[in-house]
Structures are given as C-alpha cells and as structure tokens.
Design a binder for this molecule. Sequence first.
Ligand code: FAD
Length: 464
Amino acid sequence: MVMGDLVTDVDVAVLGGGPGGYSAAFRCAELGLETVVVDAGKRLGGACLYEGCIPSKALLHVAAVLGEAERAKEFGVDFGPARISLDPLRKWKMERVVGKLSRGLASVARAKGVAVIGGHGVFEDSRSLRVGGDEPQVVRFKHAVVATGSAPAELPGLGVTGDRIMDSTAALDVPDIPERLLVIGGGYIGLELGQVYAALGSRVTLVEMTDGLLPGVDRDLVQPLARRSEKLFATIHLGTRVAGLKEVNGAVEASIEGQKPESFDRVLVAIGRRAVSQSLGLEAARVKLGDRGFVLVDERCRTSDPHLYAVGDVTGEPMLAHRAMRQGKVAAECIAGRPSAFDNVAVPAVVFTDPEVAWCGLMEAQAQQAGRAVKVAKFSWAASGRAATIGRSDGVTKLVVDEASGRVLGVGIAGPGAGELIAEAALAIETAVTAEDLAVTIHAHPTLSEGLMEAAEGLLHRAS
Ligand code: FAD
C-alpha cells in the first residue's frame, strides 16, 4: 500500500458483479457481513445480464414469435410477411429487459447495504485488492470471493479483424441483419444466435468442427434440434473447420475445408469461453489455477488461499449462471462459518433453441462410459396430446434410471418448453426420487410435463 491511498475495510470483497458475485455478496450481507462488490463496469449482472443469458433469451423470444407466426399458416392463420424494425427491437431488449433487471439488482444491493465499486481490481496479496479506474482505492478484506467470470474465446489466425467478425457480445447488439452470416461453432451459443439471425432473415451457414451439433450432448436430444436447424439454416457443415478468412470487396471470404471459398457479410465466432483469471494478481494471493486457467476450488468454493473463495465461470465447467449463483451462496455461507457445500448432484443445462434442449444428471453415454447399470426410457412426443395441440410432436423425453434402485439418475428433454420442464427432473434427481415415484405422481393433462411420467411408466411396464 502507498501513503495517501484511499482504503476501504470490509469483511468480504467480491471481485466481479456477475450472477456468482452478486449472489455471494447478497448472501454475505444477509448473514451480517460487511460486503462490497468490485466490478469493472460498476454494475451488477455481469456477462449473464449484459452479454449472455438475458439479451440472448430476449432475442430468442423474438425468433420464437416469428417462428410461431410462420407455423400458424398450418392452421389457417396468415399474418403476412414480418416487418422487423431493429431500433425498437434493440431498445426493447436494452431498456425494457436488460435495463429493468439491472435497475432491480441495483436496488436489491442498496436494500441489502452492498456497495458496488467501479474499477478493475487486482489482488495485492491475500488481504487486499487494488482497484483502478475512476474510484481508485485499496479494499482490505478478511475474505474475498473471485467471481471474474469468463469471456469469449478467440479463434487465432483467422486473418481478419474488424466489426464484420463478431463474438457473441457483438452479435447480441444486432448491428444489422446480415444477408449472409457465417457462424463458426455448433455449440449452444452458435446455435442460439444462429437461429436468432435466421429468424430475422439472414441466410445462415454454420460450421462445426466435430461431427455433430452440441458436442457432448445426448444424440437423441440433439436430433430434433438438428432437423429444425437444417430447415432454418442455409447450410450446416459438420466435421469441418474454417481454415481462414479474408476481406474481399467489403465482404468476408471464408475458406471452409472441402468447400469453394464463400463470401459472407458477417461472421460470428462462437467457439466457447475462457476463464478470466489472468492479470488478477491471483499469484500474489497464492491461488492455484488448473486446466485452461480455471481457479481450483473445493466443494466449499475455497481456493488454495485460505482467505480467498472463487465461484462461477472462473472455476470451470459447466459455465452456467445458475451454477455460479449456487456457488456464490455456498461461498458466502462458508465464509460466515455455516456448514454449506456445493454438493449438488444435478446442474441442469438448457439450450434455448427451437426446439429447446435440456438435460441434467447422468446421461446414457456417460452411464455407459462409467460402466453403470442403468435402464433408459424414451417417450416420443408423437404420443403426447399436448404436443399435438401445439403442433410440436417432434420432442422427446428421456429418462436414465439406476437399474438396482430405480432412482432417477438423469433426464433429457428436447421440445418446446424443455427449459421449464427440466426443473422437475432436477428436483427428482436431487431428492433421490425413483421412476415409480414419477410414474404415480399425477401430472396435469394435457401438458408436456406428462412426458416424464410416461417415460417412467414405460420403464416400469417394460420391467414387469
Ligand atoms: P460473469 O457473468 O462473467 O461476471 C463477471 C464480472 O466480473 C463481469 O461483470 C466482469 O466485468 C467482472 N470482472 C472481471 N474481471 C474483473 C476485474 N479484474 N475487476 C473488476 N471486475 C472484473 N448461462 C446460463 O445459465 N443460461 C443461459 O441461457 C446462458 N446464455 C448465455 C448466452 C451467451 C451468449 C453467453 C455469452 C453466455 C450465456 N450463459 C448462460 C453463461 C452465463 O452468462 C455465465 O455462466 C455467467 O454469466 C457466469 O457468471 P459469473 O458470475 O461467473 O461471471
């Protein structure tokens, strides 16, 4: 510390104001700990609120409305061609959606007495954080929570920079509706944003280097999404790489392996995210990093430095907001001396595409790899009354159950509303429910939730 430094003394300093950071800070404050959040943007919400979950879901809602209007023709309702005005769309997303939630978080922070300091923070040691920017100061703490999140990964050596090459953050601003869009990466971000642009009118080409969309996700769940994406996108190249890009006549010419060079108006690079763990002074605080720069933590979210905890994307996969939030609460409770642990069995994952794909717990391929004796049931939505009434029989509900005990180990759902339906599965897995419990629980008719009950029934009847 230097003489003349402004010094703030607190119980807990949280570095990063995303879902992991603000959840930790709010819980610390509830438990009576004096807490500040240091965030480079001087605001709470992080990537999730400003460049992730929320703006992408707002745009996907617009895409869903356009998709529904198109489908309505099947039952004799024609709204005519959609006219899209980007200014009101962007304004709605930024002010009515993101702005509203941002103001909400700020008022919760005020109510709980959590101060938000704007500036870039770097640890000086295990007890102090130097904050730069407009509010320079040193924050001295008893404990700190590292919640610096993640940032889009870059594809090195592509050969072109500039605003025609977008990462997910730039794409969410919808600078225009490019006539021809190249999406590099068939993971959830590439698919979600690819579908948004396709719905808005872009001709989308998607390139994925592995041999299927959503690498690592159960193939039965991916199939309905793959079929829909084949209709929505102009072309999907699987098992293919983009070898290079160059600027030609105001467009981007892409060399896609095995294809003739093709021109695009914009390119979205969506090849994953990297931990924000560099240049934070973590070495000064004796915090150890593991694979891909993720901060190593135990089940109580403790790092290798006894004063520092870490939560959220910076601690590794799955990089999801709800995992970050749960970890944030666990870290706060552990700091306050409570017996808390991040020991959740199931972290649900949702891809908010059309159709949605959601899963949690152990999936079939993982069970096979682990040599676990499981029974698997699939319920096709072709047999669902509710799916028929909404014209969406393309879904599937999949159940993975422990062979000996009948306990539900994993659930996967593909179809509209899968993201809402997966909550029942998460509760079932977390509370050790059996397939029989699911089968005898009355699910309202006609609803898509019956799929889980039907899958469980199918499994029991097959066994008897
Ligand atoms: P972040 O939200 O990344 O927040 C970190 C904060 O720390 C940022 O505000 C950053 O400015 C600040 N910071 C970093 N370093 C410093 C520093 N040195 N000093 C001061 N401040 C610093 N997840 C879901 O669960 N559901 C979804 O639907 C979903 N959709 C997504 C869509 C997109 C397009 C993207 C990109 C992500 C999506 N995610 C989704 C992932 C989700 O956004 C992240 O998992 C979540 O934001 C992680 O929260 P976090 O608290 O770990 O960090």
